[in-house]
Each structure stands twice: as structure tokens, then as C-alpha cells.
Write a protein that binds this ligand. Sequence first.
Ligand code: MG
Ligand code: FE
Length: 169
Amino acid sequence: MTDKLENYLDWVRDAHAMEEQAETMLKKMADRLEHYPALEARIHQHIQETQEQQRLVKTVIDRFDTSSSTFKDFTGKVAAMGQAMGGLFASDEVVKGAISGYVFENLEIASYSSLIAAAELVGDTEGKRIFEQILEQEKAMAQWLYDNLPEVTRQFLIRSETPHVEAKR
Ligand code: MG
Ligand code: FE
């Protein structure tokens, strides 16, 4: 395998690890949002999208990955990537959670934007098509979070002033 293709596949594997991390984060967040139904609904939608993204990214890996040695490589890299991002975006408060979500979506946007260029250069037309499709979903999610952050913040502050009302969730 050429160096160019090795790098490309490394990045695709990283994207897969990123999507697994995304699912974990989104699920954790969705559990705490009973008083923020709009945010909760959008996050549930994105969990579905994220699971489909994982499947699609995996198809790109599977088309190239045939030997067992590259598969060993896979697990090591996934673990490293997952650990690095896990703590970074964890928060148990809704406003910080929404901000972290926005940051994470932008990490995904940057990753897929780079992957599209790489796919093009190695001639992976199918991969390019998949990453472009995923990129649109990440952009939509980032934009939604950006647009709704002010309202989530207002709701949080109003709830925190109301006696006997839990704001964080
Ligand atoms: Mg994603
Ligand atoms: Fe996403």
C-alpha cells in the first residue's frame, strides 16, 4: 500500500473512532435533557445520523482493509483517539454540554472536509461521496446548536432562578 493510501486510511479510521465517541457523548447528553425538549429531540435525531455515519465510514475502511495486520493497527488507534476526546467534551450541565457539542461538531466538520480532499487525491470516489454526505449532517447539527444556544442559555438561567426547579437537566 502506498504512503498516501496509508495516511488516508488512518484518517478514515480516526473518523470512525470520532463517530463512536460522538455517539457516546450524545447519548450521555440526551439522558439529561428532559426539560429541554427541542435540544433533546435534535440530539436524538443526530444519534441516529451518527450511527448511520459509523456504518458508512466503516464501509470505506472495509473496502481497503483486507489484511489482519491493518486490523490490529485499527484497535490501537481507536483506543487512543477515543481516550483523547472523551474527557475533553464531557459535561453534566446543559449549557456547557451544548457548547461542547458545538465544538465537537466543528471537529467533525474539519475532519470530513480534510477527508474529502484526501479521498479525491487517492481517487476514492465512493469515499468522497460518503464524506460529503456526512459533512452536510455535521454542518446542519453545528448550525442548529449555534442557533439554539442562546435559547438554551435563557431557559437554563430562568430555571435556575425558579425555586424547586432543576436547571441543569
Ligand atoms: Mg458525526
Ligand atoms: Fe456530528
